[in-house]
Design a protein around this ligand. Sequence first.
Ligand code: ASP
Ligand code: MG
Length: 405
Amino acid sequence: MGLIVQKYGGTSVANPERIKKVAEKIIATRNANHRLVVVVSAMSGETDRLISLAKSITSRPKPRELDVLLSTGEQVTIALLSIALESLGCPAHSYTGAQVHIRTDSAHNKARIMDIDAARVHKDLGDGRVVVVAGFQGVDESGNITTLGRGGSDTTAVALASALKADECQIYTDVDGVYTTDPRVVPEARRLDRITYEEMLEMASLGAKVLQIRSVEFASKYNVPLRVLSSFEEGQGTLITTEEEGMEQAQISGIAFNRDEAKLTVLGVPDQPGVASQILSPIADDGIEIDMIVQNVAQDSTTDFTFTVHRNDYDRALEILQDIAKKLGAREVTGDDKIIKISIIGVGMRSHAGIASTMFKTLANEGINIRMISTSEIKISVVVDEKYLELGVRALHDAFGLSQA
Ligand code: ASP
Ligand code: MG
């Protein structure tokens, strides 16, 4: 008999019918002799609705009060799910975050979980109940209600699984697992049976939005086995876990891409200490996030400096750069907001040589020009023109044999 934490997202509890279906799934798990803690999100669209309600009063609602409002979404679903469970003869108790002492810091709207007092949950489990906990919310030291940031119920589930030393944390959602790439771009994309935390973090931060990134970080830190599955179809889903020693790894596990990139270049920057910081600090000070950075080898005591930002920040970054370029005596600022980034990801890269050359050769064969390259231990990213996104991703998916099981 195991202890399992299950989390159901907004689409899984979107209406009373679906809530009843979730209750049936829970009962089936319980009948297989598992003890169960269930975390739920608000009904789909509810958190957005509450935010717009607040914004219809003022464009800048006080974060503390917004948290009081947003936490009501999950309070509705824990109650409805427990009502459904009880009506089917399954003993259940619902709890808000505060009631099970999900203690967070005081950063309203983006709070971090500090600890959880699991005693109450253990008592209920011991009494044979299913424990239903509101996701996305907690309480700070002074008793203020906090929320964990959008998608935060995933993190609640992982934190509970860690505190309770659960055997597995299962995230039920509207997709049946993590794929080798986006099936809308590559129809042959395949569901992965397993993936490492590290790979998942790269996939998630690169736009494969299945889980809140923070929940994966949390799971990785505390070694919580995390499984993504569909609420609507049977299946094993994808297990996110540690790298297995001695196991033959695929070279590449997945291909992520990001359509929202733009790049900026300062040409003819004097090559001297402090230049990189003088260029990038004003950008960062403006709250603009910088992704890839490339600086060329200097020629004739000047160098070129290129970096990428989110496309929405392109105009603003260009404006700031023009100013800096003048101050630095740089020659020219250029940019391009019609670019995208493709990344191949895999822990297998560590032990296989020649991955980069396969990637570059594949792109070259398709006539795709690479504009920037960056690498890390388990990832190689390239920036290319946006018109090559589909072609590039498909060619790479093929080249690394990701379509075959
Ligand atoms: N209801 C919250 C949101 O929509 C939290 C969650 O669903 O995970 O972001
Ligand atoms: Mg979600």
